[in-house]
Design a protein around this ligand. Structure first.
Ligand code: ZN
Length: 309
């Protein structure tokens, strides 16, 4: 597939709002939802039939259904978009269904401007007894969150029957930049593996603008991507300049001066008492002072009464 845009689209005229919308998977999609009014259709072998369901509200996803482009080196077509919410909270996020005729389906999630691409995995991660983490492909994934998700809005076509009454129990485990997500519904139990995608990669790969502003740090966001590259470079240059200026200043204003010198003799090597010197003045004002202990000899006075310096 050289470009996801080559997938031919069909058009369907919505019987509720009379507007048309496109769908791409022909008989492979199951649920179709009109993006204009939220009317729900079911697709039987390419025959689209209306249902009595209609979503109360429509929504405007950050990425329009039908957007095509590249994510992590694979070409995808966005065939549906959903808005979900954590039950009992006001946390919303977006989920997109992506399609590639060779690789199949993938999913893209967006929360607070942070993006993660996920694929379903068939080999379940391993949980050792007594641990809250999972091991998968040699990496340990720590528990990040556990919540119940509610589907709030949706648009486009889905390769499965969308059940708005079903709530998924989701567990997330992270090992940045990767994430494991386990979704349990009343009928299903599925594992996904995801990878963090920078907003710049989404912007460039899908050729889109006006993405949601990034807030905070993403669950699977690696440390390096949380730092703006250009800003980090400027900070490094500024620090280097400041240190160079300080080095030049101290080098230019330093003076070689012996401020204080005195010899002390300690008779008992086990004597840990502090030694207080006399006070002394610095001729050039407040400066850093280089303190040197010129020589230390340990003498056993029981055997020898001489001290050598
Ligand atoms: Zn409609």
């Amino acid at each position: 597939m050289s470009s996801a845009k080559q997938i031919p689209a069909k058009e369907h005229a919505c019987s509720k709002c009379k507007k048309t919308f496109k769908f791409y998977l022909a008989s492979y999609s199951y649920t179709l939802i009109c993006p204009h009014c939220g009317a729900v259709y079911e697709n039987y072998e390419g025959t689209v039939l209306p249902t009595s369901s209609k979503l109360k509200n429509t929504f405007s996803p950050s990425l329009p259904v039908g957007t095509a482009g590249s994510i992590k080196g694979k070409q995808y077509l966005i065939i549906s978009a959903s808005s979900k919410k954590e039950k009992g909270t006001s946390y919303f996020w977006e989920e997109y269904t992506l399609f590639n005729p060779i690789y199949g389906y993938a999913y893209l999630a967006q929360y607070n401007g942070h993006w993660t691409i996920l694929e379903q995995i068939n080999d379940a991660p391993i949980k050792e007894k007594g641990k809250t983490s999972y091991t998968y492909q040699g990496s340990e994934f720590e528990l990040f969150a556990k919540y119940t998700s509610q589907l709030m809005h949706a648009a486009g076509e889905f390769p499965f029957k969308v059940d708005f009454s079903d709530h998924s129990v989701v567990e997330e485990y992270v090992c940045p930049p990767y994430i494991l997500s386990c979704e349990k519904t009343s009928t299903d139990f599925v594992w996904f593996k995801g990878e963090y995608v920078t907003a710049d990669d989404i912007r460039t790969g899908l050729k889109v603008t006006n993405l949601p502003a990034r807030i905070g740090i993403g669950a699977a966001e690696p440390f390096y991507s949380s730092i703006n590259g250009e800003a980090f470079k400027k900070v490094c240059i500024a620090i280097a300049v400041i240190f160079t200026v300080l080095q030049l200043y101290f080098s230019a204003t330093c003076h070689d001066e012996t401020a204080f010198i005195k010899m002390y003799s300690i008779a008992d090597s086990l004597n840990n008492k502090e030694i207080n010197t006399e006070s002394f003045d610095l001729k050039y004002g407040t400066k850093n002072v280089d303190i040197k202990l010129r020589e230390v000899l340990l003498i056993d006075f029981n055997k020898c009464n001489r001290i050598f310096f």
